[in-house]
Unconditional design. Sequence first.
Length: 290
Amino acid sequence: MPDIPVWNKCDNKCLMCANTAGFSANTSRDYSLARQAARLELHLRGRAAYRKNARVPGAWNLTGGEPTLNPDFLKAVAYFRRRLPGETLTLLSNGRRFADPAFAAAFSAAARPPFRLAVSLHGHTAALHDKVTGVKGSFAQTLAGLRNIMAAGSPELELRVILHRLNYRSLGRILSLVKRTCPGRRVVVMHYEHEGRGARNAALLDVSLAATAAAVNACARSLKGFGEAALYHFPLCLLAPGLRPLAAVSLPPEDRVYPAACSACRSRQSCPGLMRQYARLHGRSGVKPI
């Protein structure tokens, strides 16, 4: 799923952000609509060559920083929707700008299907969420943004929960908040990535996959209660059997590793394996053939 960087700054300072710590200060790259269009055309030409002109539906991530801060954001959404008809677009956002009802309505009008808005919730309380984002008041703004998007009626909404040491024990309460606030929406739970700020803050955030997977397994009934749910970055052997169908391979091959023990596993081909950076920090033990 190719990424289209829409903006290079963010109004959150998330402790586990996978972007580099200096990303928000980088203003050297041009993020005007014209430059974004040019970058998209390069992606499309490369894809056409790879697919040998086959008409295969695609999927794209609109990323940042926080994309909604780009002054051309609404124009960019409308452009990408026209240029990529029938292809799924997913906007990765902290959701705060949608606290403005007019902005949320304008975005909803431009984000015609198939379009998904993916917003992260880092805690079930303002104290926890705002501690992770580093911005007081971000929890209230994110919840207000979610309410406005749901009132607007589109696009499809996805809630993401990124687990690390500060919040993995609160997973059940976060999922309960999601169900109350955004009933019927898709939820994604993932282990945090050891990159960017996430790597720099490892002393504060680091927790084993075994621990976060145990938290996920304890919430099996809750996860099955969502209309749609997915799990990212969890090896299948760490998940309860009933949750394994929810596990998705979300990283490219170069970012995944499979310990020697995995060679005997009958589920090897469909398993996310270990994140390469995680394996460098924790080693490759802890997995076993299914």
